[in-house]
Design a protein around this ligand. Structure first.
Ligand SMILES: NC(=O)c1ccc[n+]([C@@H]2O[C@H](COP(=O)([O-])OP(=O)(O)OC[C@H]3O[C@@H](n4cnc5c(N)ncnc54)[C@H](O)[C@@H]3O)[C@@H](O)[C@H]2O)c1
Length: 326
């Protein structure tokens, strides 16, 4: 069998996946990306496509047989799978449970089958704070339980974690479960800043906020997230390695995010709030992570607060949008 030196990234054309692809290529790895463009886009892969170490396949990987078959030539060379493909529209998954079954869970099941078929023994998975459910302002540790997610997205991510821990028993050397917070930055395909900027493009005089603006969550800049996951993969070498990743602070209010966006993008817009304390069914209005486990590995984010991360992400997205419209 050929040397295993290939990194497979699912969701490669998405927001975080495309940044990860660039980081892996810069570090000298060969990368095979796969995405069906349900949300990601070709523009996100512009830099990667210039690179000779990059190959890409457009495929719906919830079709397990098609995914396994498509990797026939490269499967034996895969060293690590970074599984990032998933549905990222949580409210859409609330309206139609089939979305998270297909894009969040079945994509994971397919990845597990690829590991079995081609003997891939290292797997990194992008999980989420949504697996915890609603714990109010309590700082949740990785080992809190039982876990009761309140969205189909959170449920299918938790089911994915379970599918992969079961796989690890027989077929993996290392499984990394990253529980991401809200991640923000340039190339976003969704999220609160993206939605606010979209709304302001359509109605520059007003910004309608989902919920009353008191939702409060931690936000991490994408570069800090990538530093964290690359460090975890380097230093955490148990069979199952589960980490919360996030800033230490209590987060930033949606009301503050709306004000920052309006200030930087559309100064005269009026901000209009809803009456509910959450944006949609399945939205967790406030959560907090305990992050001592990842801090003990030696990671601290460059953006020292959620607010700083928000400011930086709004700047990045405003500048991308003005580039597109120029
Ligand atoms: N951005 C965040 O705040 C955040 C928070 C927690 C967890 N996560 C997780 O991180 C990962 C990346 O998120 P993101 O923000 O970059 O989202 P994203 O939507 O930009 O990226 C996901 C990518 O997966 C692709 N995809 C979805 N279903 C697919 C399928 N069936 N076959 C092939 N490709 C498919 C999409 O086209 C998209 O490009 C996801 O697993 C997400 O659940 C993100």
């Amino acid at each position: 069998m050929s040397e295993r030196n290939l990194h497979l990234v699912t969701g490669a054309a998405g927001f975080i996946g495309s940044h990860l692809v660039d980081r892996l290529l810069t570090a000298g790895h060969r990368v095979f990306g796969v995405d069906n463009f349900v949300r990601g886009n070709k523009e996100n892969l512009r830099a990667a496509r210039q690179h000779t170490g990059f190959a890409f396949l457009e495929l719906d990987i919830s079709d397990t047989a098609a995914f396994v078959a498509a990797l026939n030539e490269v499967g034996g060379m895969i060293d690590v799978i970074w599984h990032l493909a998933a549905n990222s529209d949580i409210s859409a998954g609330g309206a139609d449970a089939a979305i998270d079954l297909r894009d969040t869970f079945m994509t994971t099941y397919s990845v597990a089958q690829v590991c079995r078929e081609y003997g891939v023994r290292k797997l990194a998975f992008s999980s989420t704070s949504a697996v915890y459910g609603d714990h109010g302002s309590i700082a949740v540790h990785e080992d809190i339980g039982p876990l009761f997610p309140i969205s189909n997205y959170g449920a299918m991510k938790l089911a994915s974690e379970a599918c992969l821990t079961a796989l690890s028993e027989a077929a993996l050397d290392n499984l990394w479960l990253f529980r991401f917070p809200n991640v923000i930055g340039g190339r976003a395909t969704h999220g609160v800043i993206y939605d606010f900027l979209d709304k302001l493009e359509k109605t520059p005089h007003e910004l309608r906020v989902l919920g009353n603006g008191t939702q409060c969550k931690p936000y991490l800049y994408v570069d800090d997230l990538l530093d964290a996951i690359l460090l975890i993969v380097e230093r955490a070498r148990d069979r199952i390695n589960c980490f919360n990743i996030g800033p230490e602070d209590e987060g930033v209010l949606v009301r503050d995010i709306a004000e920052i966006v309006v200030d930087k993008a559309c100064r005269n817009a009026r901000i209009l709030y809803g009456s509910e304390d959450r944006g949609w069914i399945g939205d967790i209005p406030r959560f907090r992570y305990a992050v001592d486990k990842i801090q003990a590995l030696g990671w601290t984010p460059v953006c020292t607060s959620s607010r700083e991360a928000v400011e930086k992400a709004v700047d990045a997205q405003v500048s991308e949008r003005s580039g597109k419209s120029a």
